[in-house]
Design a protein around this ligand. Sequence first.
Ligand code: TXA
Ligand code: MG
Length: 317
Amino acid sequence: MKISLKDAIEALRNGKVVGIPTETVYGLAASLHNVQAIKHIYHLKNRPEVNPLIIHTADIATIEEYAAEISPDFHLLAETFWPGSLTLILPIKENRIPSIARSGLTTAGFRIPNHPLALQVIQKTGPLVMPSANLSGSPSATLPEHVENDFGLNFPVLDGGPCNKGLESTILSFINGQWKILRLGSIAAESFQNVLGYLPEFLSSTGSKPTCPGQLFRHYAPKAKLLLGSLSTMPEGCFVLGFKERSYPQAKRLIVLGSLSCPDEVAENLYKALRQLDTEGALQAWVDIDFPRVGLWQTIAERLAKAAKQDNEDNKK
Ligand code: TXA
Ligand code: MG
């Protein structure tokens, strides 16, 4: 149910959970200081409580109040990329942030979103926790209708139209003297090189001690089984996710992700396309993954790989 800015602010102040647009994906918002509302987020999403939430603020000063320590180059990153699709993990003052929001960790993720509606809400309500507004495991929501689809037509959503980035924020954490990428996201890894003077390493979640709890869980997956490949592997008569420039004559139905020359467009459309498969009742779809592995394409490839993982693999802990 689409609600006004005024009603969204009032509902959050009254301890309700509300869908809020950001430039990356829609968030399921609750006030950082309302433990009951935060518990309700975990319940609604069916999200394991060991998977912490990102704290969204409207300014850097608020983050500094919560941080126990400011990691080197924090201000450089913050001033370059905020407001924007970057989440920075910092050690926190434990008495200032409810344990449930951070799953009992001594760190928390912070982000200042680059969306006028999200910023206007936060300026009135104070900091909000906002996981992506999808059922745990499903593709994130990039339209208000996606939020209604997952949480019901009566669920309150502030309508910001389509999210123009379409992929979640990139998460960085300062570990052993350097910033490392805990989650690839809508800021490409290479974008940090000029700012930091080095390319931050991506710590994928395969190690025994995860640095980003969320990376352990099944993610971004439609109900359809996804087969990833290049043209020569394409089966006959299948749903296909592909690119404008290519033709897929054996496809039963083609969903165009965008242009091979515009990864931003593909990122924006990716979750919408995955959700479209479910809307159309696809049991199986073939995805063209013959694209370069640089910049934003790296994030797109990683999301597709996760979406294609099956339940019986080690990804639904
Ligand atoms: O773009 C985004 O970041 C969106 C919008 C709504 O802002 N939010 C989002 O939240 O993607 P969520 O909950 O879907 O993903 C948050 C990720 C999870 O993988 C979680 O494990 C990780 O952030 N995270 C949160 N706090 C952390 C911490 N202290 N240390 C390591 N990872 C953390
Ligand atoms: Mg999520």
